[in-house]
Design a protein around this ligand. Structure first.
Ligand code: SF4
Length: 146
């Protein structure tokens, strides 16, 4: 079975900043075709659950109290790639809008709940390494391919 890296919160892990998950029911269909490898960049990068929210601002990731957490996001992105590289994973399904996992949209860095076109820190890193990234809204598309 082909392996896919997937945002841990999408399979039901309560890894989000607010200690909730973003469980997506289509995961059950995916599991019939793929072996899912759950991963949370923010937690693996050393951030706690719960944690204050962060947004990408320019070439940094900033927490809403002003702290620069770019180091943690970079570490999480590198670890995500290490896993993909080690396991031969070339596809990832990542949580839209997240500063780590967003695929098409992220928040704009103002903490005013405004979304812009853009990619999360891990998504950008993985795509530069050749991993094809899909958002949870594109799972049906991926299921048709499989
Ligand atoms: Fe989910 Fe990714 Fe945020 Fe972790 S970093 S909680 S996997 S969106």
């Amino acid at each position: 079975m082909k392996k896919i890296l997937i945002s841990a919160c999408l399979v039901g892990d309560k890894t989000r900043y607010d200690s909730k998950s973003s469980y997506t029911p289509l995961i059950e269909d995916l599991m019939e075709k793929y072996e899912l490898v759950p991963f949370c960049s923010e937690v693996e990068g050393g951030l706690s659950i719960p944690r204050l929210p962060s947004e990408i601002k320019g070439n940094k990731v900033i927490r809403n109290d002003g702290k620069d957490v770019t180091f943690n996001y970079q570490k999480g992105a590198e670890l995500a790639w290490n896993i993909c590289n080690y396991l031969g994973i070339r596809i990832a399904i990542l949580k839209e809008n997240s500063p780590a996992c967003g695929v098409h949209k992220i928040y704009d860095g103002s903490f005013k709940n405004r979304k812009i076109d853009g990619k999360g820190w891990t998504t950008r890193y993985l795509e530069n390494k050749g991993v094809k990234c899909y958002s949870e809204d594109e799972i049906e598309e991926l299921l048709k391919l499989g």
